[in-house]
Design a protein around this ligand. Structure first.
Ligand code: FAD
Ligand code: PYC
Length: 415
């Protein structure tokens, strides 16, 4: 695979850019692979990438029913942070955040990581206590966050209305190296790197069944025929319940739609990311100038990958009090993704009741930020058959045993 560099661009410029090869191959499936990963979202692709990079396993297929990155990975609002409360969460989210710092160089693909700073506003006294607690926990975990007062919030976000009539801004949990990255580029970068290692990315190929023998996985039935495998990783976010059902086990996960919208582009007015969890809204400004806005999840289970009128109204009503500047903005697009929610708002990276079949799901409304850390941990699990330190606490049996990893506060606006 040709390296992307300033020299390559200059050379191609002389050639009218006719010499670029496709970023990834689109092969027909082989009869069998050492490992199959179902789902070419960020988590599935990152799993495959670290299987190759960290464990030397490259006879891998990534099977995707639509187009790669077309699920939640390409639909999210790209917030990256690691300000979670529990130790196991801080470990995996901070691992992910730190991998984002060098991802562009590692993948030789510009993922536009922008650690512009992230604020979670406290707009009730309850939130002040919650976020101060998180700041203390993060200090012990080695995650750089701090509690800041309203004056500092105003300095960082000049467009904010600190003295809102119902919910004045009382301070914020601030992570200076939190921010955003370009979501598609994360999927494309991993895909290109996987393809360069000789892995097969098979798009437009739906997994319709999981074949087991004596309780051990043997392969998958797909819309392109049967494909055998020694190991299977299921990484399908909102469709995890269906895949688990095909493999013959149940998951403590519910699927709901989460929606977002963007405004018309405007001049730069906010160079940090702001989450306002009490009023249920969050906002950042994209490189194109659009205000990227999101709210809460739908209050009922569904598989609707689109927006709805009541969400636009609810989310904008919530945010206008804190950001009066957006009251006259025109909204351009809205969309939705199907997120996979667990009861403790933490993910599952786990062995399953089926031999050699592993599951990675439950990232709910907050898995974009986790993609590299999750892929790293899942690759470890698939390669060795046992979870490493990053994944150990996130097993699916914790719900039976009451070992919850409660992140309902850190999960933020979306919960
Ligand atoms: P996906 O990207 O959904 O990939 C799963 C893939 O599996 C899909 O491409 C799907 O087509 C495929 N698949 C499903 N069934 C099958 C099958 N039978 N056969 C083959 N393939 C199959 N997270 C953050 O950290 N920050 C945010 O700001 C943020 N904002 C969000 C905003 C919205 C509107 C939404 C919807 C989500 C947001 N998230 C955010 C959450 C984040 O997007 C997800 O947690 C993350 O993208 C999940 O990645 P994934 O790879 O697990 O899933
Ligand atoms: O997890 O940070 C997050 C998030 C923000 C918006 C949706 N999810």
């Amino acid at each position: 695979m040709k390296r992307y560099s300033v020299f390559a661009i200059a050379k191609e410029a002389l050639n009218y850019h006719m010499g670029w090869e496709k970023a990834w191959a689109s092969p027909a499936p082989k009869k069998e692979y050492d490992a199959i990963i179902v789902g070419a979202g960020g988590h599935g692709l990152a799993t495959a990438y670290y299987l190759g990079k960290n464990h030397g396993i490259t006879n891998v297929a990534i099977i995707e029913k639509g187009w790669l990155g077309g699920g939640n990975t390409g639909r999210n609002t790209t917030i990256i942070r690691s300000n979670y409360l529990q130790d196991s969460s801080a470990a995996i989210y901070e691992k992910a955040r730190s991998l984002y710092e060098t991802m562009s160089q590692d993948l030789n693909y510009n993922v536009m990581f922008s650690p512009r700073g992230l604020l979670m506003l406290a707009q009730t006294h309850h939130e002040i206590r919650g976020y101060q607690r998180t700041a203390h926990a993060n200090a012990l975990q080695g995650v750089a966050t701090e509690w800041i007062g309203p004056a500092k919030v105003k300095e960082l976000v000049p467009i904010i209305n600190i003295d809102g009539p119902r919910y004045p801004v009382l301070g914020a949990l601030y992570q200076a190296r939190g921010g955003t990255a370009r979501h598609d580029a994360v999927a494309w970068g991993y895909a290109r790197a996987c393809s360069a290692m000789g892995m097969d990315i098979i798009q437009q190929c739906e997994v319709k069944g999981v074949k087991t023998e004596g309780g051990v996985v043997k392969g998958v039935e797909t819309s392109k025929g049967y494909i055998g495998c020694k190991k299977l990783g299921i990484v399908v976010a909102g469709h995890s319940g269906q895949l688990a059902d095909m493999a013959g086990f149940r998951l403590p996960v519910e699927a709901v739609a989460l929606q977002a919208l963007v405004s018309e582009p405007i001049k730069p007015c906010m160079d940090v990311v702001v989450m306002a969890n009490t009023v249920h809204g969050y906002m950042s400004q994209s490189d194109k100038g659009e205000m990227v806005i999101g709210g809460g999840t739908d209050g009922f289970n569904n598989f609707t990958q689109r927006g709805s009128f009541h969400h636009i109204e609810e989310t904008l009503r919530a945010l206008i009090e804190t950001f009066p500047i957006i009251s006259r903005l025109k909204m351009l697009r809205q969309w939705g993704g199907i997120v996979d929610m667990t009861g403790d708002r933490s993910p599952i990276i786990s062995k399953t009741p089926v031999g050699n079949c592993f599951i990675n799901c439950g990232w709910g409304t907050g898995g974009f930020k986790a993609i590299p850390g999750s892929g790293w941990a899942m690759a470890d699990l698939v390669a060795k058959g046992e979870p490493g330190p990053l994944a150990a606490d996130f097993n699916m049996w914790r719900f039976k045993e009451g070992q919850f990893i409660d992140e309902s506060v850190a999960a933020g606006v979306a919960h």
